[in-house]
Design a binder for this molecule. Structure first.
Ligand code: NAP
Length: 351
């Protein structure tokens, strides 16, 4: 008999769903017992329903599991990781919270809802108590927690230690985002090969709003957004995995380069103190080589959970500029949600 906590995955057949399966296979605390996807997949064996796109093989136990419909049933475990399309999530995720489940979601549908915590455990794990203001939680212990957009996560990891030490006033960021960020089959090859697409629907608005919520502070029943301005330019590039971002920022108090680099390299937080299984030892790594970070070389640092920063130099418009890279389907999606699940367990929310 297993002593692990049973977990389910909603949207288990998609790009992020597959990463969940990869990260939760052999997880020390959690065990996948339930998988669900759309009506197209429900009733099939997982191996028939999913076009497995990862370099590690699909775990045999998962391949043989039946995919359920995306509705809570008697076999759905309390903890459900969700990787649904935003439109589907809008309808489906509340039904799980309503039925008493702990929904740890990747979707944008409820990230900005006033009573839903939007969490990066290293940055704002202290926002989790917002759960207690949710009507589902008061009624039957069900709740919802979200992780940010894949491009906001890398940026905010790099910003958080600087915001704490020096204060941030203004941010300009231009992203180069991988095609896996668009799910599967995603952007048609005829559109992206040899090309850059300077538009990702709703992405710039999400980065701007989510960054302020993540760096904000919790009062008793809501998050007061951080007092900073951000201008984001989001681009899709022909890279498989890993979002790269060029950032310029204006600080509230002066900082030297060595102080900024130390703030990044020394940044450790709640997940490292709690030794959460998916927490990287070093959440932010500063690379000194002049041509790093690069997606192919750096996206898997810290098992895909570390943000890699480089090229810190003075900015002629603001104070400093740098490059940050993070793995969009691990730190930017499934790994972020698994770390949120671990934090919730450590904080006692899984009961
Ligand atoms: P995806 O590859 O398109 O997968 C979508 C999943 O949702 C599939 O399992 C699909 O099941 C299921 N689904 C779609 N419509 C459904 C419905 N009406 N009812 C039930 N299930 C439904 O997308 P993805 O890239 O994994 O993204 C999933 C979510 O994570 C999105 O909200 C996305 O914005 C977010 N996200 C993605 C990334 C990334 O890097 N890819 C990063 C951060 C956040 P079928 O296979 O049966 O159709």
């Amino acid at each position: 008999m297993t002593t692990k906590i049973p977990v389910g995955i909603l949207g288990a057949t998609g790009t992020v769903g597959q990463r969940f399966i990869q990260l939760l296979d052999e997880h020390p605390w959690f065990e996948i017992t339930w998988l669900a996807a759309s009506d197209r997949s429900a009733g099939k064996l997982y191996a028939e329903a999913a076009k497995w796109n990862l370099a590690t093989p699909v775990p045999p136990k998962i391949a043989a599991m039946k995919v359920s419909a995306a509705a809570p049933d008697k076999s759905t475990p309390r903890l459900v990781f969700a990787a649904l399309d935003a439109a589907a999530a809008q309808q489906i995720e509340p039904a799980f919270a309503e039925a008493g489940h702990a929904v740890v979601s990747n979707s944008s549908a409820f990230r900005m809802a006033e009573d839903v915590p939007l969490i990066i455990p290293e940055v704002n794990g202290d926002h989790a108590p917002l759960i207690k203001t949710q009507s589902w939680y008061k009624k039957n212990g069900g709740f919802m927690v979200t992780n940010p957009n894949c491009s906001a996560i890398g940026l905010v990891l790099a910003l958080a230690p600087l915001h704490r030490r020096f204060g941030i006033d203004k941010i300009f960021v231009a992203t180069m985002q991988a095609i896996s960020g668009a799910g599967y089959p995603g952007v048609p090859s005829m559109d992206i090969l040899g090309n850059v697409i300077p538009y990702i629907a709703k992405e710039e608005d999400k980065m701007e709003a989510e960054t302020r919520k993540l760096l904000g502070s919790l009062n008793s029943s809501s998050v007061i957004p951080a007092d900073l301005v951000l201008s984001a330019h989001c681009n899709r590039v022909a890279v498989e995995d890993g979002h790269t971002e060029s950032v310029s920022l204006k600080l509230r108090s002066p900082a030297q380069a060595d102080e900024i680099i130390a703030a990044w390299n020394e940044f450790r937080c709640l997940p490292q103190k709690l030794k959460l299984p998916t927490a990287p030892e070093q959440p932010i790594i500063y690379e000194t080589a002049p041509d790093r970070p690069q997606p192919r070389l750096d996206r898997d640092r810290g098992k895909g959970m570390s943000a890699v920063v480089g090229r810190l130099r003075p900015c002629n418009i603001f104070d400093w500029k740098f490059t940050v890279l993070s793995h969009n389907t691990i730190r930017g999606a499934a790994g972020a949600a698994v770390l949120n699940g671990e934090l919730l367990k450590a904080q006692g929310y899984l009961g």
